[in-house]
Design a protein. Structure first.
Length: 301
């Protein structure tokens, strides 16, 4: 069972580890589509992710049932919603990676960062700590420096990844709240993975060519992104966000852009010049800002 309480430091550490895993997975996501389409790739890797978490989810379900807190229809609807948002964001990102670089994908995905506190403010009347706003702006400026992107050079893949920022933002905003309502982080993680897998596989079988040879060629990337990125990374996100403010979590998770750029440079030949290194430093500085200032002078939210 997920502990009822967790310190801010531990929750943030889990989110940072998730960001590291996701950043490394961009390489696998880019390489894995050599033999399969984006829907098939997404569906199969989320099946693996669901299987990784399934034992923990079953144990959690039994404990909730024994305590008279068995999940009901309303919980199932929230799980389905999060699974749909997750599938939408992942597939858009996956389609984008066909024609954009790993580094650009990391940057454009991070545009969900300023959307999270904006959505929380508009729809949930949650006023974040003032440091969120300059930190979010700093993260965007840092990722801009990191990639050297410009509007004139945006590809169709860039636009797909850009559009994925909205479902990612809504997912980040809701996932911790739903996990607390459900009282089960692992159950939510497994459920949303299963929903995402079903949606992607049904659509993939309907519209994408699938062959045994293609699946074999993508097997390594599917295994890495399914077991580590989905099974471990997304589960760490759910557990960590039970104990973190959505806007704070968005800032920490945005560090995946730094890790994506580093792994892209290492495995894909993406280059990091002086501007890119300055962007990395700015993003990390903003992450420290949003963590340290609320500790020094807490404010009501």
């Amino acid at each position: 069972m997920t502990p009822l309480t967790m310190s801010r430091l531990k929750a943030n550490a889990l989110l940072l580890l998730a960001a590291l895993i996701w950043g490394s997975a961009f390489v696998g996501q880019a390489l894995g589509m050599a033999g399969v389409g984006p829907l098939t790739f997404t569906g199969v890797r989320f099946v693996l992710g669901a299987l990784v978490v399934a034992p923990l989810a079953w144990r959690e379900f039994q404990a909730l049932a024994a305590a008279g807190q068995r999940p009901g229809r309303a919980h199932a609807q929230w799980i389905a919603l999060l699974g749909g948002l997750l599938c939408t964001g992942v597939v858009m990102q996956q389609v984008g990676l066909i024609t954009t670089t790993v580094t650009n994908a990391g940057f454009l995905t991070a545009l969900y960062v300023p959307l999270v506190p904006l959505l929380a403010w508009v729809f949930q009347r949650q006023l974040p700590h003032w440091s969120i706003w300059p930190a979010a702006a700093g993260c965007l400026a840092g990722t801009w420096l990191l990639t050297g992107a410009s509007l004139a050079t945006l590809t169709p893949g860039d636009l797909w990844v850009l559009a994925s920022a909205l479902p990612w933002a809504v997912h980040v905003l809701l996932v911790g709240q739903v996990a607390n309502r459900l009282r089960g982080a692992y159950l939510l993680a497994c459920g949303q993975f299963a929903v995402c897998a079903v949606i992607a596989l049904v659509l993939g079988i309907a519209i994408e060519p699938i062959s045994a040879e293609g699946l074999r060629s993508a097997a390594g990337a599917i295994a890495y992104t399914g077991i580590l990125s989905v099974g471990v990374g997304f589960t760490l996100q759910v557990v960590g966000q039970r104990h973190a403010h959505p806007a704070d979590a968005a800032i920490i998770l945005s560090s995946e852009t730094v890790f994506a750029a580093l792994f892209g440079a290492w495995f894909m030949g993406d280059r990091l010049g002086a501007s890119g290194l300055a962007g990395c430093a700015l993003i990390l500085g903003c992450i420290l800002l949003v963590q340290m200032l609320p500790m020094l002078k807490p404010s009501a939210r």
